[in-house]
Design a protein around this ligand. Structure first.
Ligand code: SF4
Length: 366
């Protein structure tokens, strides 16, 4: 798995705590630095040149990059890694950047999955979030992507927005049902430190959603997904059968990945590595990697936390033998009250258990 981070945005959304900046961007300089970092990491996965299975461009807004710059990155990756047999090649996109020409260009570069940051189909809500598009642009972008030949389209939505009612959320989901997309990622709005949204709430300009409404919206989402033929495969992710994100599913199974770009994280199976969230430093070639070695306990906790958030659950084969009695014992009360169940290969949350995944994780991690 390879992840490429593009930290540029047209403007900053109120809730956003990702490493991304609006304004004037040195895109050429950034792509130069990415190409150098790619070369430097050619041996990341070891000496054997096994084919990579997924490639993911995230951000920020990768679709702000002109096609020739995207092409340079893909070519450079192809020089240093075997990306000739990718099962999934995803790009995150914002609706306002997409045109038929640009989408055709993405297809020519072999992107076969596009993840569109819609967030809401309500113009008032989009305005509150300081998004750069309106609802009609989002619908048009999805249709354009379909016309360009994308048959694996993911849409991101946010619920728990200020002033968003359960009815308005249901209307948003109904519209999704008319769009023939394959994956839906729905996140509850979180108020992150240092964001514009945090300041708006602190100064009383915006009222956060109450917990009851957020829970009702999540329940409405799960009911809608089930009625509309979307399978839930992670707490926030739903797909048409056979269209679960391969790349993200591998993150949740703790498979190794290489992250390239400012603020990108990597994982080699035992250690995590990240570059500082500083684009200027990155452009100047200062990658300043920080490595964190995961202890046996860290690895156990990660496996449990990530597994609990997926319908697949915690794979027994990924739990070291000496942790198994402890895990079984801590899950026992949840199996008795119907929040968890055991199969021959997994401990997995039931539908009800998924709603409580984070609470269960907090109680059982070491
Ligand atoms: S487009 Fe995405 S990355 Fe950029 S500011 Fe908005 S939420 Fe953040």
């Amino acid at each position: 798995m390879i992840y490429v981070h593009i930290p540029f945005c047209h403007r900053k959304c109120t809730y956003c705590a990702f490493h991304s900046a609006a304004g004037k961007h040195d895109m050429e300089g950034y792509v130069d630095a990415l190409c150098r970092e790619t070369e430097r990491n050619a041996g990341f996965f070891g000496s054997s040149q096994q084919p990579r299975r997924t490639l993911y461009f995230g951000g920020g807004t990768p679709t702000l990059l002109p096609l020739p710059l995207l092409e340079r990155i893909v070519q450079q990756l192809g020089l240093h890694f075997d990306i000739s047999h990718l099962e999934e090649m995803t790009i995150e996109a914002n609706p306002e950047n997409l045109s038929p020409e640009y989408l055709d260009g993405l297809r020519r570069l072999h992107f076969n999955r596009i993840s569109i940051g819609v967030q809401s189909f309500n113009d008032g809500e989009l305005k509150t979030l300081n998004r750069s598009h309106n609802a009609q642009q989002a619908v048009d972008a999805i249709k354009m992507a379909q016309l360009a030949g994308f048959d694996n389209i993911s849409v991101d939505l946010i619920y728990g927005l200020p002033a968003q009612t359960v009815d308005s959320w249901r209307r948003c989901l109904s519209l999704v049902g008319t769009l023939s997309i394959q994956n839906l990622s729905c996140y509850a709005l979180t108020i992150e430190e240092g964001t514009m949204l945090e300041r708006q709430i602190e100064t009383g300009r915006v009222l956060p959603a109450d917990e009851e409404t957020v829970v009702a919206q999540y329940e409405a989402l799960c009911q809608w997904a089930q009625a509309s033929g979307f399978e839930q495969y992670e707490i926030s992710n739903f797909c048409r059968h056979g269209h679960a994100s391969i790349h993200n599913s591998r993150y949740w199974r703790r498979e190794p990945y290489l992250g390239l770009g400012a603020a990108a994280h990597s994982f080699d199976g035992n250690n995590r590595r990240y570059t500082p969230p500083d684009t200027e430093r990155y452009i100047n070639g200062d990658y300043a990697y920080t490595w964190d070695t995961l202890s046996d306990k860290d690895a156990y906790n990660e496996t449990v936390m990530l597994g609990l958030r997926t319908t697949e659950g915690i794979a027994k084969e990924r739990i070291a033998a000496w942790w198994m009695p402890q895990l079984r014992q801590s899950l026992q009360p949840y199996m008795e009250n119907g929040l968890m169940e055991e199969t021959s290969t997994h401990f997995r949350p039931t539908h009800e258990g998924l709603l409580h995944a984070d609470g269960i994780a907090t109680n059982i991690i070491q």
